[in-house]
Design a protein around this ligand. Structure first.
Ligand SMILES: Nc1ncnc2c1ncn2[C@@H]1O[C@H](COP(=O)(O)OP(=O)(O)OP(=O)(O)O)[C@@H](O)[C@H]1O
Ligand SMILES: [Mg+2]
Length: 293
């Protein structure tokens, strides 16, 4: 049966949405059947990225018990130019809907959890999907806790910000460990100069591991190209040779191994020549798009 992967973080803006979309696209381009759900009801963002203006039913409707999950799913397969299948479920970005979702009580959240848990049967077992990806809100909101409880694996996106690292540590004890979730960390938006030598890279790991025991799945630099794209491009589709896409492909493979075999993700090698060999990749990638023209 397929697996559910929740992408979560302590702080906002760490790259959850960007990574969820690119991971989903990568899996679909590998021929897998994927469904990506926007469970960030606080600040829905998938509809603008996928250029999907409206849908008859939102995930809000599903969680409210107003429709079946299938009604909310949009087939994005041809637009993501993949050999597999790509379905997307959107959260309603209308102001009324944001207000409505933020005013839900615990009883509603419990019912919503039941509906999320039932997706294992409807989408993974009966629907025959390989991967269900949840893009979540940061922190300890109920909607995120529900997403984590119903997931098989949590990928936590963390920056090198000290408060982010410490907050991630607290969440590990209070959330991921509590629900016995397989959890892996992804360090994102790391300044390129921090990755310019094995020693520098080692110090990133040390900074994190001093307060943490979770495995670091990957360290991704901060790319100007990604920032400049302003959340309007799917790198895994539009720029398959970009180093950011290569990182996402590697994460996709490691997560698959993690879900399939239950193996702890292998810590990224520090002293292997890959760090040296890719030094040019670590330079600011501002000219990448221009160089492709
Ligand atoms: N490795 C990276 N290099 C450069 N920019 C990045 C990188 N990762 C993410 N970004 C950029 O950071 C911004 C925030 O990313 P994103 O919206 O995915 O974060 P988020 O965690 O989903 O935020 P929120 O918590 O508000 O939902 C976006 O402009 C995105 O393109
Ligand atoms: Mg987001």
């Amino acid at each position: 049966m397929g697996k559910i992967i929740a992408i979560h973080s302590y702080k906002g803006g760490t790259g959850k949405t960007l990574l969820s979309v690119n991971l989903a696209t990568t899996y679909a381009r590998r021929g897998m059947k994927v469904c990506l759900l926007d469970l960030d009801f606080r600040a829905p963002s998938l509809q603008s990225l996928f250029d999907l203006n409206s849908t008859e039913y939102w995930l809000n409707d599903y969680l409210n018990g107003a429709c079946k999950i299938e009604k909310t799913l949009i087939d994005y397969t041809s637009m993501c130019e993949c050999s597999g299948r790509m379905l997307v479920g959107l959260a309603n970005p209308a102001t009324e809907a944001l207000r409505d979702m933020s005013a839900k009580d615990r009883k509603w959240e419990m019912r919503a959890l039941g509906r999320l848990l039932s997706l294992k049967n409807t989408l993974l077992s009966d629907g025959d999907l390989d991967v269900l990806l949840y893009d979540t809100s940061p922190g300890l909101q109920y909607s995120s806790i529900n997403a984590i409880v119903s997931a098989d694996i949590v990928m936590v996106v963390c920056t090198i910000d000290t408060s982010d690292i410490q907050g991630t540590k607290r969440m590990t004890h209070e959330l991921y460990d509590l629900f016995e979730k397989k959890t892996a960390i992804l360090m994102n938006k790391v300044p390129t100069e921090f990755l310019s030598s094995p020693n520098e890279k080692e110090s990133i790991y040390t900074r994190f591991n001093n307060s943490h025991a979770l495995p670091i799945l990957k360290v991704i630099p901060c790319y100007c190209d990604v920032l400049r794209a302003g959340g309007t491009r799917i790198f895994a589709r539009d720029f398959p040779d970009h180093p950011f896409t290569k990182h996402v492909e590697d994460i996709a493979t490691k997560l698959e191994q993690f879900t399939r075999n239950g193996e702890e993700p292998v810590r990224e090698p520090i002293n292997e020549p890959v760090v040296e060999a890719n030094l040019s990749e670590l330079q600011c990638q501002c000219n990448y798009e221009r160089s492709k023209e």
